[in-house]
Design a protein around this ligand. Structure first.
Ligand code: TNX
Length: 513
């Protein structure tokens, strides 16, 4: 429980994560939240607030047409912004749009606290707006399939931290996860497998539409990823004519031997976790038709502006072929009226569709020329999404003994390391203007269900939310590790209430209720 001034203890600042732009804590009495406090405003926002308050406190607040103590309203401002004023008599939330109202409501719910009188919201004036327009989480549903319930739960978790994009990694070597009417064998033959011999699965078109709708109701856009030309072994189970034979390097052989995994064989389900051995056939009419069919069908059920075409770790594709292929693939996406997104390796290709967006997954300090490939997207008139693997890859172990997760990104990623970086300080020449946003991917080689996802993602997803939404690291006292550590601690009761199985990392002194 937050310590209150009444019992003579130190007053800690109201805990909001991600940190807002401006927060002024007042010194007067808090607003008391009791069962007769009415809420008025736009119906969706009122429902969001009433649901969230009920789940947090058990109180069922009445909705009222007007004149309520809690009022929500739209007033012009910058996209997704809101202003929240709380005093002893009232709560007023003014937002520029529906998304801003949604974010203001989630801030308000984080401010709910219990003192000796019951549930209260402290006296506060808060002004908030995002730093970046694109604030993403990625879920890999290919290494392990995660169905509709898990995806909708992850949407709710992410949206409450003010993320507005869900990137779904829908295909990889281990399985194909989305129904494609023009290529029915993909799901018929290539969706039944997963890492380690676990069961597979796929989304029907209606499942996918339901995800898009649930995301939209939480102010999130879905970005589908069809990863090409590498990460395509599963395609060989369905349409072998468009696949090159697996490229078996000495490195791959060593890795497979160490992990006791079988080597990939064309046409047979792959259950290991190696990367970089598969490739589509390049400069082949069948492949081009395949790609047009798949991307066309996926784009058709995707209302959002982006289609992600992967392009990472294509070690099985000769570099010149890779470049030509990514140029064609980005142009295909552009021809469908969408903005292509590709992993930063695609920046090696000179002729990508203008305005293509790159997703950088190198380290906070770039190695191996990854920054140069990322900068190429900016030269091509596009922007970058930053996903530095040693900070925001939620599938890295948070400490060496953790049961789940990988360690390739510079060893375990502590909560502190996931917090202590700034997007504008990663790549020379890439500042706020060149940055489209920040995204935290969760690859699922080791994550089999929602409990595993929660355990890996929470609390580090909150640090990623702060990199995406809040002002620059160190720009005020709130945007520091010491402040974050205190604030995130206070989300524990809220997360527990919502059934989020977060990992209580020892770096934080978690609040108990
Ligand atoms: C790298 S970084 C990958 C994925 C793996 C992940 C595991 C990138 C774009 N690709 O294929 O799942 O590492 O952490």
């Amino acid at each position: 429980m937050r310590r209150s001034a009444q019992n003579g203890d130190t007053v800690s600042e109201p805990a909001v994560v991600p940190a807002p732009r401006l927060l002024q804590a007042g010194s007067s009495a808090p607003f008391a939240v009791t069962a007769d406090v009415a809420v008025s405003g736009p119906a969706d926002a009122v429902r969001t607030l009433r649901d969230a308050v009920r789940s947090r406190t058990g109180l069922d607040l009445p909705a009222s047409p007007d004149g309520a103590a809690v009022t929500l309203a739209i007033e012009p401002g910058s996209p997704e912004s809101y202003v929240l004023d709380v005093d002893a008599a009232s709560v007023r939330l003014l937002a520029a749009d529906d998304a801003g109202l949604f974010y203001g409501v989630h801030t308000l719910v984080q401010l709910l606290a219990q003192d000796e009188t019951g549930w209260v919201v402290p006296d506060v004036h808060l002004e908030d707006a995002p730093r970046f327009a694109y604030r993403g989480v990625m879920l890999d549903v290919a290494r392990h399939f995660h169905g509709l319930d898990t995806v909708t739960a992850y949407i709710e978790r992410a949206a409450a931290l003010k993320f507005n994009v869900l990137h779904l990694h829908l295909s990889d070597d281990q399985g194909w996860r989305i129904e494609v009417p023009s290529r029915p064998l993909l799901t018929a033959r290539a969706s039944g497998s997963a890492v380690g011999g676990d069961g597979g699965g796929f989304f029907t078109r209606d499942d996918y539409r339901a995800i898009v709708a649930h995301a939209a109701a939480h102010h999130m856009t879905v970005v589908p990823e069809i990863d090409v030309p590498g990460h395509t072994h599963a395609v060989s189970l369905a349409y072998p004519e468009v696949c090159a034979p697996p490229a078996i390097s000495d490195h791959l052989r060593d890795e497979a031997r160490q992990r006791g995994e079988a080597l990939p064989i064309a046409g047979i389900a792959y259950e290991g976790i190696a990367v970089g051995f598969s490739s589509l056939r390049i400069d082949d009419e069948d492949t081009d038709r395949f790609l047009a069919d798949v991307i066309g069908d996926v784009a058709e059920i995707t209302p959002g502006p982006y289609v992600h075409i992967g392009g990472d770790e294509a070690h099985g594709t000769p570099p010149a072929d890779f470049a030509r292929f990514m140029e064609r693939a980005t142009r295909l996406v552009a021809s469908l009226g969408r903005t292509p997104i590709a992993w930063h390796e695609a920046g090696a290709a000179a002729g990508l569709a203008p305005g293509s967006i790159g997703q950088y997954w190198g380290f906070r300090t770039p190695t191996d020329g990854m920054d140069e490939k990322a900068r190429a997207f900016v030269r091509g008139g596009g922007q970058l999404i930053l996903s530095p693997a040693d900070a925001v890859y939620l599938d890295m172990k948070p400490d060496a003994d953790f049961a789940l997760g990988l360690t390739w990104a510079n060893g375990p990623t502590t909560l502190r390391r996931s917090y202590d970086w700034d997007p504008a300080a990663v790549i020379d020449g890439v500042g706020d203007e060149e940055i489209h946003g920040v995204e935290a991917p969760l690859w699922t080689e080791t994550a089999r269900d929602l409990a595993d996802i929660d355990a890996l993602a929470f609390p580090r997803i909150a640090a990623a939310a702060e990199a995406a939404w809040s002002p620059a690291l160190g720009s005020d006292a709130r945007r520091t590790w010491d402040s974050f550590r205190e604030r995130v601690a206070q989300l524990a009761p809220l997360w527990t209430r919502r059934g989020i199985g977060f990992t209580p990392l020892a770096e934080v002194d978690w609040t108990r209720e």
